[in-house]
Write a protein that binds this ligand. Structure first.
Ligand code: HEC
Ligand code: HEC
Ligand code: HEC
Ligand code: HEC
Length: 209
C-alpha cells in the first residue's frame, strides 16, 4: 500500500516538474529527451571511456586509500591476537585475565604468562623475541588500553561476572578480533542493560563517585 502511494506521489511530482520545466508544453519534454538520447548515442565512444576511467579511478581509490582499518583498535607493542589465542586455540579468558571475577581490575597477563607457553611454542618468532626483551629488562609490557569509561564512573567486574554475564556482552566478540577494537562506553550502555535485568538504577549512588 505504502509503495503504491509513494509511486503515485512520485509520478505526480514528476508530472509537475515536467509541466513547470517545459512551461506548460509537456510534449517538449519528449522531444528534448529524444535529442539528449541522440547526442548520447553520437558520443558513445568518448562517454564509454570516461565511464571506464571514472570506474578505474574509484576502484584505485577504494583499493589503496580505504582508511587503514578504521574498525581496528590501536597497534599493540606485541602483535598479540585474541582471535588466535582465545578463538582458534580456545584458551579461556580467565586464564589470562584471572582477576575478572574477583577484583575491580581483571588484570592483563604479565609477560611470564606468555613465556610459560612461548618458551616452547614458536620460541624464535620475532614477536616472541620482544617478550624476552621485556622480560630480561624487567619492563612491564606497555599494552595500550582500549576500553574506556569516563573517569567518574565506578565499575566493578566482580558483580557482573558473578551474575554470569558473558565477557562478550560488554566487550563484543573478542575471540574473533586480531586486534581489539575497544570502545568508549557511554552511560546508556550501562543503563539499558540494568533496566532489562532489574539491576540497580540508582546510578548516582551505585555508579557515580
Ligand atoms: C596457553 C599457551 C599460550 C599462552 C599463555 C600465550 N600464547 Fe601466544 N601462541 C600460542 C599458540 C599455540 C600460538 C600459535 C603458534 C603457531 O602458530 O604455531 C601462539 C602464537 C602467538 C604469536 C604469533 C602469532 C602469529 O601471527 O604467528 C604471538 C605474537 C603470540 N602468540 C603472543 C603471545 C603473547 C604476547 C602472550 C601473552 C600475553 C601469549 N602469546 C600467550 C599459545 C600461547
Ligand atoms: C593468551 C592470553 C589471553 C587470553 C586467552 C585472552 N586475553 Fe584478553 N588480553 C590479553 C592481552 C595480552 C591483552 C592486552 C593487549 C590487547 O589489548 O590486545 C588483553 C586485553 C584484553 C582486553 C582489553 C583491555 C583494555 O586494555 O581495555 C579485554 C577486554 C580482554 N582482553 C578480554 C578478553 C576476553 C573476553 C577473552 C576471552 C574471550 C580474553 N581476553 C582472552 C591476553 C589474553
Ligand atoms: C558488564 C560489562 C562487562 C563485562 C560482563 C565484562 N567487562 Fe571487562 N570491562 C568493562 C568495562 C566497562 C571496562 C573498562 C573499565 C575501566 O576503564 O575502568 C572493562 C575493562 C576490562 C579489561 C581492562 C582492565 C584494565 O585493567 O585495564 C579487561 C582485561 C577486561 N575488561 C576483561 C574482561 C573479561 C575477561 C571479562 C569476562 C570474564 C569481562 N571483562 C567482562 C565491562 C565489562
Ligand atoms: C549486560 C548487562 C549489564 C551491563 C552492560 C552493565 N551492567 Fe552493571 N549490573 C548488571 C546486573 C545484572 C547487576 C546486578 C548484579 C547483582 O545483583 O549482584 C549489575 C550491577 C552493577 C552494580 C552494582 C549495583 C549495586 O547494587 O550496588 C554497579 C555499580 C554496576 N552494575 C555498574 C555498571 C556500570 C558502570 C556499567 C556500564 C559501564 C554497567 N554496570 C553495565 C548488568 C549489567
Amino acid at each position: 500500500m505504502e509503495i503504491i502511494i509513494a509511486s503515485l506521489s512520485l509520478a505526480t511530482l514528476a508530472c509537475i516538474v515536467i509541466l513547470i520545466g517545459t512551461r506548460g508544453k509537456p510534449v517538449r519534454f519528449f522531444t528534448a529527451t529524444r535529442d539528449v538520447l541522440e547526442t548520447l548515442k553520437l558520443n558513445k565512444g568518448p562517454l564509454f571511456s570516461t565511464f571506464l576511467i571514472v570506474v578505474l579511478v574509484l576502484f584505485f581509490l577504494f583499493y589503496f586509500y580505504t582508511p587503514p582499518a578504521a574498525q581496528i583498535g590501536p597497534a599493540q607493542p606485541i602483535a598479540f591476537s585474541h582471535r588466535l589465542h582465545a578463538g582458534v586455540k580456545n584458551i579461556q579468558c580467565q586464564f589470562c585475565h584471572p582477576y575478572a571475577g574477583q577484583s575491580i581490575h581483571p588484570g592483563l597477563p604479565p609477560v611470564e604468562k606468555c613465556l610459560y607457553c612461548h618458551n616452547y611454542i614458536i620460541a624464535g618468532h620475532p614477536e616472541i623475541q620482544k617478550e624476552h626483551d621485556y622480560y630480561n629488562t624487567n619492563t612491564p609490557t606497555p599494552w595500550r588500553k582500549v576500553y574506556y569509561l569516563p573517569e567518574h564512573v565506578l565499575f566493578n567486574h566482580e558483580r557482573h561476572i558473578r551474575k554470569d554475564i558473558a565477557c562478550q556482552a560488554c566487550h563484543g566478540p573478542v575471540e574473533t578480533m586480531d586486534r581489539l577494537q575497544g570502545e568508549r562506553f557511554k552511560m546508556g550502555f550501562c543503563v539499558e542493560c540494568h533496566q532489562q535485568n532489574n539491576a540497580n538504577l540508582g546510578c548516582w549512588i551505585a555508579c557515580h563517585s
